[in-house]
Design a protein around this ligand. Structure first.
Ligand code: GUN
Ligand code: FE
Length: 450
């Protein structure tokens, strides 16, 4: 199979039409009748106004007749960043949501993850999850696989082949108080993680990188956490895990580490909080813990569907933002039942509105802010905001071509609407039928190959 390192179709493209993205200053910035050029490396070469066509075509050497013109109801937005998704759990997504986290792990999750020893099963599930998330507009995914090195490597191969930007983690867990059949020894976990990292890096995939993945404190020994922290540091790698998702879990961590100040301090003392760390959930973090996130540059992944589906808790996004902790959205499949980031946007809004119902003083998240979290926020949470997250010259062109009024689609356009209203309609009512094309690093990856 061909390895796609960068834009395989090699062509540079110029688009003309409406572009909507988030910046640090503006949660939603609309560029009407813009011209955006993508170079052969898949990077944004220029952004200008439609009326500058003649000048830009001269400067950048393209023919005005080659410009791709968006239709009236179309716009481009940055690809969405799923900062937390369990690729292996896609096999039972949409089911098994009838118990809290620790029982759920025991009853459903561990038996399923065990099956990924079988590469044929892994190939089937991983192909489907990458295809599905790409169609849903996830241009970057931060994946948990399972404890199995070879099938985790296979996930990286599949993401690269289909053209998705991905961080892929072989899961590490050397203790399991719940079941005895799904865990590794300390030595295995470390040796296999080293093998996973070196073999994945050796592939030299342009868009797929390894991420050090201790599952969470209750399944990891101190020795494992400490050495994984060291490994990540020595190799400048990303780190991902879970934190403070559910009350029972927080209680267990307190019992395991009675002398540590908090759950966050346990990770911190094992060198696992860096500016390339992303921790899922964080529903029960104290102000002191959030301050430690801010200090270390570690980020949070808000997984609202999962938080509600497993009755785990509710993250107060406003509080996190006030602490200036980097924050993205995650689907957390299959604790979250949807593999679609549009669902994460909607559930993030719902959660914020529930907090407002409970406390009318709560400053509800706006749809503009939710849009930013799904795109720029996610890129920041994964420390990839120098490469992706919005339409800035020099960044990779990771983008969705959205047609809100696609024939046979879920949205009726009753009248001509302003750009922000069009975006709001798409975020609340849209689905993959509206996402007519997806680009990652300039390569068109949706429509999918057969
Ligand atoms: N905490 C530890 N493992 C998991 C998992 O697989 N899913 C969720 N939601 N939380 C976890
Ligand atoms: Fe998770």
């Amino acid at each position: 199979m061909a390895h796609h390192n960068g834009s395989s179709d090699g062509t540079s493209r110029v688009f003309r039409g409406m572009f909507i993205h988030a910046t640090q200053k503006e949660a939603v910035q609309v560029l009407q009748d813009a011209l955006l050029g993508v170079n052969a490396e898949g990077k944004i070469a220029f952004i200008g106004e439609g009326k500058e066509l003649d000048k830009l075509s001269e400067t950048f050497g393209f023919s005005p007749s080659a410009v791709i013109q968006l239709e009236q109801h179309e716009f481009f937005m940055p690809g969405m960043v799923d900062t937390h998704i369990h690729a292996s759990q896609y096999s039972y997504a949409g089911t098994a949501l009838d118990m809290p986290l620790l029982d759920w792990l025991n009853k459903y999750t561990f038996p399923v993850e065990l099956r990924f020893k079988d590469l044929t099963f892994a190939q089937s599930v991983y192909t489907q999850v990458v295809r599905r998330t790409l169609r849903n507009g996830t241009t970057t995914a931060c994946y948990f696989a399972t404890i199995h090195t070879d099938s985790s490597l296979l996930l990286g191969h599949i993401a690269n082949d289909l053209g998705q930007r991905a961080l892929v983690g072989k899961v590490c867990m050397d203790q399991n108080n719940l079941v005895n059949y799904y865990k590794e020894t300390l030595e295995e976990s470390l040796a296999e993680t080293r093998r996973f990292i070196s073999q994945l890096l050796a592939k030299k995939y342009a868009l797929v990188k390894p991420v050090v993945t201790p599952r969470f404190v209750p399944t990891c020994s101190e020795a494992l956490m400490g050495q994984l922290g060291q490994l990540a540091k020595n190799n400048n790698l990303h780190i991902q895990s879970h934190i403070s998702e559910n009350v029972e879990e927080v209680k267990i961590v307190k019992e395991l580490f009675p002398d540590h100040d908090s759950y966050t301090h346990v990770y911190h003392q094992h060198n696992l909080l860096t500016n390339k760390t992303v921790m899922a959930h964080g529903c029960y973090l104290s102000d002191e813990e959030l301050a430690l996130f801010r200090e270390t540059g570690a980020s949070l992944s808000h997984c609202p569907n999962s938080n509600i589906s497993l009755c785990s808790g509710m993250l107060d996004v406003r509080k996190v933002l006030k602490h200036k902790v980097k924050l993205g959205l995650g689907t957390d499949v299959a604790g979250g039942y949807s593999a679609c980031m549009l669902d994460a946007v909607r559930r993030a809004m719902d959660t914020s509105k529930i907090l407002t119902i409970q406390d009318t003083e709560h400053e509800t998240l706006t749809f503009e802010e939710a849009f930013r979290l799904a795109t720029l926020g996610g890129s920041q949470a994964l420390s990839l905001d120098d490469q992706i997250g919005n339409f800035e010259v020099g960044k990779d062109f990771d983008a969705l071509r959205v047609n809100v009024a696609v024939p046979g689609g879920p949205i009726d356009m009753i009248q001509l609407e302003k750009p922000k209203i069009i975006l709001e309609k798409f975020l609340n009512l849209g689905d993959d039928r509206n996402i007519v094309e997806v680009y990652v690093a300039g390569r068109k990856v949706v429509p999918l190959p057969d």
